[in-house]
Design a protein around this ligand. Structure first.
Ligand SMILES: [Cu+2]
Length: 486
């Protein structure tokens, strides 16, 4: 149970820090300070049931240009299933494995949800792998509202690469309804459309460098779609980067917007001037949509050339005439770390410098059942996720005391980006030695080359929790470990 006074004190401190940096509009503070009640108090008594059948379903997404590809998905819903809960609802989800390849086991990791360890979906570590023909039942009540997603946690490069992703939204964080609420799911696809096939999801060259990029970029399964929004309205956009590989530098052109949540966790609205968004990272924008007949764009300026990913078209009569002053979300209930008493930790993300990076582009051949590649390139604190893989996991990288606050320096000693994800907990992101960021909370933190980001968190969730890079080829070639909280 969170101490409400401690939570509010922490929020006031965050607002003061942000205010000092000139980023937080003070007018937003009172509504933002209306913290969410714990789901126990808000419990709806409702259970939402979902059945997710992992199977091969040949489909032609709009971004495939009419070509059907052997997608692996959780449901016939395209581009992905969206599970929507109210805060306090219990989710009961049955995963059925009907994947066509013998021994292609799977599981579901509910990314960013602070759930009980045995629901976290990491095969071998917290649950048995779910083999073809088998099923597994998940049940939990998400403690936080926000924008989340789910995916498998073994051979994820291929399973997610072929389409096995879903969105999980927990409602109940608005202080006033927005005029629209849209998911914008961003990802690339590694496809050979002429050949009607997926390209190999893993290459040695990619795995040892920035990852193997997709060849077709998409938003909600389409190339640069036009998303209709009510005109001149305050619209919530839930932007999710579920790409296996690509870090996007996302901007809005042609409209005013504020960032209202990062990785599902509300922050006082901050004017949006771009967000470096690594794989698995999300943010919620409130966008004043264009006037009727006009459009705005979501663009990625992170690569060699600017790429327009989606357009937002103002449709119907203009809704709002006044100045853009979006309502904040209600404050989250992530426990506030005690920085004065926090124990220091340091995690260094590096490459195995003894190894020359190969030029070959042949797939290294994944040991599917062990959840790791034969090739290893990456380390955390000098340790590589070893050959025994998930089935015979190494000792934990660190053993943390249940209930204690920790302050961790996450350092990238490589030439490549690493979005670092910790399961079962949410970081408070304190600062970076390279990038200026508002104080915010996140479950996945992007480390640029040679950057150190300081985070803090309360180890309040007992169990074994993965800490890994979310560039999936990096994860599967060594950059993976776990922390034990007991
Ligand atoms: Cu990485």
């Amino acid at each position: 149970m969170i101490d409400r006074r401690a939570l509010l004190a922490g929020l006031a401190a965050s607002a003061a820090l942000g205010g000092a940096a000139g980023l937080v509009r003070l007018g937003s503070a009172p509504a933002y300070a209306e913290a969410l009640a714990p789901p126990g108090e808000a419990a709806s008594g409702r259970t939402v049931n979902a059945t997710l059948v992992a199977a091969e379903r040949p489909r032609a997404l709009p971004c495939f240009g009419g070509v059907r590809l052997p997608m692996w998905t959780y449901s016939p819903s395209l581009p992905v299933p969206v599970i929507r809960l109210d805060h306090g609802d219990r989710l009961q989800a049955r995963l059925v494995n009907r994947l066509p390849r013998p021994e292609e086991h799977t599981s579901i990791h509910w990314h960013g949800i602070r759930l009980p360890n045995d629901q976290d979906g990491v095969p071998y570590l917290v649950q048995p792998p779910v083999l073809p023909g088998e099923s597994f039942d998940y049940a939990f009540t998400p403690p936080d509202t926000g924008t989340f997603f789910f995916h498998s946690h073994c051979n994820t490069t291929e399973q997610l690469g072929r389409g096995m992703v879903g969105v999980l939204i927990v409602d109940g964080d608005t202080t006033e309804p927005y005029d629209a609420d849209e998911v914008v799911l961003l990802r690339d696809w590694r496809v050979n459309l002429e050949g009607g096939a997926f390209r190999p999801m893993v290459t040695l060259r990619g795995a040892g460098r920035a990852g193997s990029y997709g060849t077709v970029r998409s938003a909600n399964g389409a190339v640069n779609p036009s998303i209709a929004l009510p005109a001149s309205a305050d619209c919530r956009l839930r932007v999710i980067n579920c790409d296996p590989t690509r870090v996007m530098d996302l901007r809005i052109e042609g409209a005013e917007a504020c960032i209202a949540a990062v990785d599902g966790v509300a922050i006082p609205p901050v004017p949006f001037d771009g967000w470096q968004t690594g794989p698995a990272m999300r943010f919620d924008l409130v966008l004043r949509s264009p006037r009727s007949g006009r459009s705005a764009s979501l663009v990625d300026v992170g690569g060699d050339e600017r790429v327009e990913l989606a357009r937002f078209a103002g449709t119907g009569p203009d809704i709002r005439a006044g100045a853009f002053d979006p309502r904040p979300l209600r404050a989250a209930r992530v426990p506030e770390p005690d920085l004065a008493a926090a124990e220091p930790l340091a995690f260094t993300f590096a490459d195995d410098s003894g190894l020359a990076l190969p030029e070959a582009t042949t797939p290294p051949g994944f040991l599917g059942a062990l959840c790791l590649s034969k090739a290893s390139f990456w380390t955390i604190n000098g340790q590589m996720w070893p050959e025994g893989g998930h089935e015979a996991p190494p000792p934990p990288l660190a053993e943390l005391t249940l209930g204690r606050s920790y302050r961790a320096a996450l350092t990238n000693r490589t030439l490549y980006d690493h979005p670092v994800h910790l399961h079962g907990h949410t970081f408070k992101v304190l600062g970076s030695d390279k990038t200026r960021l508002p104080v915010h909370y996140a479950d996945t933190v992007l480390l640029r080359p040679e950057e150190t980001v300081e985070v803090a968190f309360v180890a309040d969730n007992p169990g074994d929790w993965m800490l890994h890079c979310h560039v999936l080829e990096h994860q599967e070639t060594g950059m993976m470990a776990y922390l034990r909280v007991a």
